[in-house]
Write a protein that binds this ligand. Structure first.
Ligand code: GDP
Length: 214
């Protein structure tokens, strides 16, 4: 893409996310999924990675996604419609990797997420969020393998970038690129974001629109 096209896409993304965004529904199982009427972008990450904050920052809304997923909470996929008429759908997947999760909860999580990833033709891309302070953990690699196996292309997103020094962030970014290259469905573009300062948010909006319209 040339510079003009890049700028034009970025401006369309800015306008889209500044416009109407609505919570559509929660799906605790596959039979509750909405009709596939819009391209979907799914958000995955360990509990507390900053997923709700990122969804709120992307959409410029404070209370769109509820922060803090506690282990006991119902495991569900939450769908948000962006644009009116709807242009794309953001899908908040349940967080994973919380300490001492009961086995049956982990099993239910795996079933729900796997079934969704494997059977959803509307799903255009996933974002795997990784806390910049911690880097990739085994549970993230497991998530990446699930996406590889389901052939769902994904971006890694380093969240809470304001929490680490630029030098440490640079090193993490480089290490994460190396890790991503080992995964079949990992996209080579990696994002760093801060929901606190807004850094990287516009770039991620643009990538989401690009994935949805590809
Ligand atoms: P979730 O469990 O993945 O939905 O994570 P939340 O969005 O609830 O965030 C977990 C904690 O991290 C909260 O205390 C947030 O205020 C904090 N947080 C999230 N994103 C950022 C960020 O970009 N910068 C900083 N400094 N804190 C963040």
């Amino acid at each position: 893409m040339n510079d003009v096209a890049d700028k034009e896409l970025a401006e369309r993304a800015r306008k889209l996310f500044a416009g109407p965004v609505h919570f559509l529904k929660s799906a605790p199982g596959l039979n509750f999924l909405p009709d596939s009427t819009a391209p979907e972008i799914a958000f995955a990450g360990r509990s507390n990675v900053g997923k709700s904050s990122l969804l709120n920052a992307l959409t410029n809304r404070n209370g769109l996604a509820r922060t803090s997923n506690t282990p006991g909470r119902t495991q569900e996929l939450n769908f948000f419609d962006v644009g009116e008429p709807v242009k794309l759908r953001l899908v908040d997947m349940p967080g994973y990797g919380f300490a001492e999760a009961p086995q049956d909860l982990v099993r239910r999580w795996r079933h729900l997420v796997n079934d969704y990833l494997r059977g959803r033709s509307a799903l255009k891309r996933a974002l795997v969020l990784v806390d910049s302070r911690h880097g990739l953990k085994d549970v993230d690699r497991e998530m990446m393998r699930m996406l590889d196996d389901a052939a769902v292309s994904y971006h890694l997103v380093l969240t809470k970038s304001d929490k680490v020094k630029p030098s440490a962030l640079g090193a993490l970014y480089e290490a994460t690129i190396v890790d991503a290259a080992k995964h079949l469905a990992a996209h080579p573009s990696i994002f760093t974001t801060s929901s606190e300062t807004g850094s990287g948010i516009a770039e991620l909006r643009t990538a989401i629109l690009e994935a949805a319209t590809a």
